[in-house]
Design a binder for this molecule. Sequence first.
Ligand code: TYC
Length: 116
Amino acid sequence: MSTDKPTPAAPDVPQIDEGHGAVVAERQAQKTEPPRMYQVVLLNDDYTPMEFVVVVLQEYFNRDLEAATQIMLKIHHDGRGVCGVYSKDVAATKVELVLAAARRGGHPLQCIMEAA
Ligand code: TYC
C-alpha cells in the first residue's frame, strides 16, 4: 500500500497561490498572431526622373545613395521593386507621402502597398 498522497489532477488553468490564502487562476494568454506586414512597392514609368526616385528612396525609405540607386535600377529594369516592409499604418503613410511628393514634383510615379 502506498503512503504517497494522490497527485491532484492538473488544473487546466494554471493556479497561482499568492501566499495569503488567495489562489487566482491565470488565464492562458490568447494566442495573438504577429501583425501582418506590408511591402511598399514602387512601379516603373517612362517619365519620372531616375534622380527623383533615388531621392524618394533615401528620404522615405532610409536607403543610402548606393542602395537607393540599386533599388531604382531594379525597378527601372523589372517594372517594380520593394522599397521596404512595414506595419499596415506605416506602409499606408509611406505610400501617401511618396504619392504626394511625386504629384508636387509633377511626376507620374506610382507607389502601392501589398501584403508581404
Ligand atoms: N524609368 C524611369 C526613367 O527612365 C526611371 C524610374 C525608375 C521611374 C523607377 C520610376 O519607380 C521608378 N526615367
